[in-house]
Design a protein around this ligand. Structure first.
Ligand SMILES: [Zn+2]
Ligand SMILES: [Zn+2]
Length: 364
């Protein structure tokens, strides 16, 4: 099968013919229908997160189940599925309380299968896969616990985006921060995930929704997804601008870039009693400087959320239903479609901030 391989950091991905094994116990083989071009993959390409190479990236994906290994229940060949990039052992403390994003049961090397071996190989050499998925490929073999069957009448590109950007952004609002109707919200960073934080805020009837970005084209996208106000952070201090628009600060500020400076800004633009929420994933070893006194005198809350604090078996289907009901815009997020061969163009456009979301689609 064909896959896009990261052979070294800061290099284009290389499209190569590789071998994939059949699924073993507890594993599922999925034919990928669509996979998103997400900033998390870009962090790895740029070497901001170093996990080792060669690796197949790709963690936002949907496809059709091709084959199941022994002892797989609840998934059948032919099922349409959204793939989760986090494990779900189902029995650890965090899975039990519905916080499986941080599953403590399956904590081994997350670039190979749970038994420690690889299913994809190039000339006898094992290849690692991001998030035990590696969806920049025609097929994946993935632990069954990461395969969420869904209804069959939804297009693969929409399902793929449910697998990361939509869940991460909307989940940050509804699962993590639990924004109340009428609240004021600021969203720093209006890429694929940030736009979903914005539409999540609109979904729960937030009042003022202020989009903050450096690029006017992204602020225009933000308006289409529900922002009521926009702040171009290149034109003056964004904290001052948000405070001015809200008369003192927002109830909820979401940082969706993954940058120490913008985390500081998120805290500073939150009003007394408000919540700053870190959604963006910073490069390894970055730092932010925060005045600890405000956590007492302003009772500011600073929280973080990974993958929208999702429970994939609950959240994926409900996000699909909300999309079909017209309450979430997912097709509208897709500004570019690529073939696997065009994947490097996808990352170039992502890097230049040209797209809301780019998606790689495979012939059905
Ligand atoms: Zn992602
Ligand atoms: Zn677990």
């Amino acid at each position: 099968m064909k896959a896009a391989i990261l052979n070294d950091y800061e290099q284009p991905l290389s499209i190569e013919e590789i071998r994939i094994d059949p699924p073993r116990t507890g594993e599922v083989k999925v034919r990928i229908g669509a996979t998103g071009v997400c900033h998390s993959d870009y962090h790895v390409i740029k070497g901001e997160w170093k996990y080792g190479v060669p690796m197949i990236l790709g963690h936002e994906a949907a496809g059709i189940v091709e084959e199941i290994g022994p002892n797989v229940v609840g998934v059948q060949p032919g099922d349409h599925a959204v793939l989760s990039f986090r494990p779900y052992c189902g029995v650890c403390r965090l899975c039990t309380i519905g916080r499986s994003v941080m599953c403590e049961g399956h904590t081994g090397n997350r670039f190979v299968m749970h038994d420690g071996t690889a299913r994809v190989h190039r000339n006898g050499e094992d290849l690692m896969i991001l998030g035990r998925m590696g969806s920049f490929a025609e097929y994946v073999v993935i632990p069954a616990e990461q395969v969420i069957p869904v209804r069959k009448d939804v297009s693969m590109d929409v399902l793929a985006l449910i697998g990361c950007a939509v869940t991460t952004g909307v989940g940050a609002v509804v699962n993590a921060a639990k924004v109340e109707p009428g609240s004021s919200v600021a969203v720093i960073g209006c890429g694929g995930v940030g736009l979903n934080v914005i539409q999540g805020a609109a979904l729960v009837s937030a009042g003022q929704i202020i989009a903050v970005d450096l690029l006017d084209n992204k602020l225009e996208y933000a308006r289409q997804f529900g922002a009521t106000d926009t702040v171009n952070a290149a034109e003056g201090d964004p904290v001052e601008q948000v405070r001015e628009l809200t008369g003192g600060g927002v109830d909820y500020a979401f940082e969706v870039i993954g940058n120490g400076k913008t985390v500081e800004q998120a805290v500073q633009m939150t009003r007394a009693g408000g919540t700053a929420c870190i959604v963006g994933m910073a490069p390894q070893n970055s730092k932010a400087t925060i005045d600890p006194l405000i956590f007492v005198t302003k009772e500011t809350r600073l929280i973080g959320t990974w993958y929208g604090s999702a429970r994939p078996r609950f959240d994926f289907p409900r996000l699909i239903e909300l999309t079909l009901a017209g309450k979430l815009k997912v097709k509208e997020l897709i500004s570019r479609r690529y073939t696997l061969d065009q994947i490097n163009e996808g990352f170039e456009r992502l890097g230049r901030g040209e797209v809301a979301r780019g998606v790689i689609t495979f012939p059905v």
